[in-house]
Design a protein around this ligand. Structure first.
Ligand SMILES: NC(=O)c1ccc[n+]([C@@H]2O[C@H](COP(=O)([O-])OP(=O)(O)OC[C@H]3O[C@@H](n4cnc5c(N)ncnc54)[C@H](O)[C@@H]3O)[C@@H](O)[C@H]2O)c1
Length: 126
């Protein structure tokens, strides 16, 4: 008899024909998302600011997984215009974006710094 949990579990083909965009898809964790999407039947679109890494990861994973369901598109997630260009290009090609994994991590100059309370933080008064 199926348990409640197993009834909720998805089959390996649940992402069949789904178009999934992974921002930062060329990075460490992004690659894992790309693999998971393809292994579950979907098309993974690596959306990354780093064109060289993005294309390299696309080639490597396509070979490893023997698939033609990985694509690359350049995007800068800090730019509205760039995001619009990306979504327009994907929708023009595939008609749809079924899901987007917001995984990109723009490292700025404060990367790695300890978080400290800001003097301008809002305070609660009674
Ligand atoms: N690695 C970890 O241990 C860890 C732990 C917890 C959470 N996370 C989170 O997971 C996410 C991914 O982390 P990661 O370790 O894979 O990082 P990573 O540095 O390996 O990958 C980040 C990717 O984002 C891309 N990127 C950077 N700026 C971008 C921009 N403006 N537009 C589009 N793409 C851009 C980079 O080119 C890179 O491919 C981050 O949000 C991070 O905070 C990571």
């Amino acid at each position: 008899m199926k348990t409640e949990k197993s009834k909720l579990m998805k089959s390996p083909s649940d992402l069949e024909n789904k178009i999934i965009v992974i921002t930062g898809g060329a990075g460490l964790i992004g690659r894992g998302f790309v693999k998971a999407v393809v292994e579950n039947g979907g098309t993974a679109i690596i959306a990354d600011i780093d064109e060289l890494s993005g294309r390299t990861v696309k080639e490597e994973l396509s070979k490893e997984l023997r698939t033609d369901k990985i694509e690359f598109i350049r995007v800068d997630i800090t730019s509205k215009e760039s995001i619009k260009r990306m979504t327009d290009a994907i929708v023009n090609k595939h008609n749809v974006i079924d899901a987007l994994v917001n995984n990109a991590y723009p490292r700025n100059k404060s990367y790695g710094n300890k978080l400290t309370p800001s003097l301008s933080s809002p305070t609660v008064s009674s």
